[in-house]
Design a protein around this ligand. Structure first.
Ligand code: KIV
Length: 324
């Protein structure tokens, strides 16, 4: 066996995340959907990357997450896993990939894990998906739960609305959290619920809670990459903070590029490639002379037009002859 130590970065595991929660170290999670963004997130030291089905809205331009497929998640998940060397990568199970029963969930989660190389999957729902979560975790597939405002049920909720506001609703959300924990979920996302409710749940479960619009008392926070970097301008959820006006920064850079091209300031000599002077002289001697742009080309067009006309008249007289 080789005595040399591997220099590979150790990827964060679900046990590392539990240790962070137990030591009250806040856990930061953000979404990413491709190789370059995953690299940036990884280099910034965030411990969890979520390949969220929010990609349906922020990357693919749909109105909701409903149209996203397992193949979409695998395509983006693979790119993220290639880009992230250290972060734990969790991939969302999209709408329709687990609601039809644990057997379908098992088949789709297995594909996602095998084909992307991700560390876990996330699915939405509490009590109603507890059996599925239990089956997956029993089979060795780590599952992150997601309760409160679950975007795949947006049509059921009648919009992106605060969940758990009334005592009855709040008790149901607490029951969902408990059911997920008992079923073996290693962490639970709490989305758009009152701060006090998220606090209560965080005190009542032993696994990390990751909040989005759930206040500061969760074990960690998750944000959508395009929201927090100001890249998605169609809509800004109340819970999102733009840490940079990304779309504006990019637009300014693109305008600068266009202007540099239009003024012929780009590319400069330093951005261009040159060849040996003697080789150039030789090529100029060997290559046919450059046509004299405008006049020569219009002359060529006239010659072509004449040639076409004589062909047309030859074919006219030929057909006249055969008809006679
Ligand atoms: O898909 C997603 O981005 C999510 C987060 C909002 C948690 O599920």
């Amino acid at each position: 066996m080789s005595a040399t130590r591997s220099t590979a970065v150790k990827r964060i595991s679900i046990s590392d995340l539990q240790v962070m929660r137990d030591k009250s170290q806040p856990i930061t999670m953000v979404t990413a959907y491709d190789y370059p963004s995953a690299r940036i997130v990884d280099q910034a030291g965030l411990p969890i990357i979520l390949v969220g089905d929010s990609l349906g809205m922020v990357v693919l331009g749909y109105d909701s997450t409903i149209p996203v497929t397992v193949d979409d998640m695998i395509h983006h998940g693979k790119a993220v896993v290639r880009g992230a060397k250290r972060a734990h990568v969790v991939v969302d199970m999209p709408f329709g990939s687990y609601q039809t029963g644990w057997q379908d969930a098992m088949r789709n989660a297995t594909r996602i894990m095998q084909e992307t190389g991700a560390g876990s999957v996330k699915l939405e729902g509490g009590v109603r998906v507890a059996e599925t979560v239990h089956r997956l975790t029993e089979a060795g597939i780590p599952v992150m739960g997601h309760i409160g405002l679950t975007p795949q049920s947006v049509n059921q909720f009648g919009g992106f609305k605060l969940q758990g506001k009334t005592p009855r609703e709040a008790v149901a959300v607490i029951a969902d959290a408990r059911a997920l924990e008992e079923a073996g979920a290693y962490a639970i996302v709490l989305e758009t619920v009152p701060t006090a409710l998220a606090h209560m749940i965080t005190q009542r479960v032993k696994v990390p809670t990751i909040g989005i619009g759930a206040g500061p008392f969760c074990s960690g926070q998750v944000q959508v990459f395009h929201d927090m970097l100001g890249l998605y301008e169609d809509f800004k959820p109340k819970h999102a903070r733009r840490f940079v006006q990304g779309a504006q920064v990019l637009r300014d850079a693109l305008v600068e590029y266009r202007e540099a091209v239009e003024t012929k300031e780009f590319p400069s000599a330093a951005e261009s490639f040159y060849m040996d002077e003697r080789a150039l002289a030789l090529i100029e001697r060997m290559a046919p002379p450059v046509p004299q742009e405008a006049e020569d080309l219009s002359e060529a067009a006239d010659v072509l037009e004449d040639a076409l006309e004589s062909l047309r008249s030859a074919s006219r007289s030929a057909s006249g002859n055969s008809a006679g």
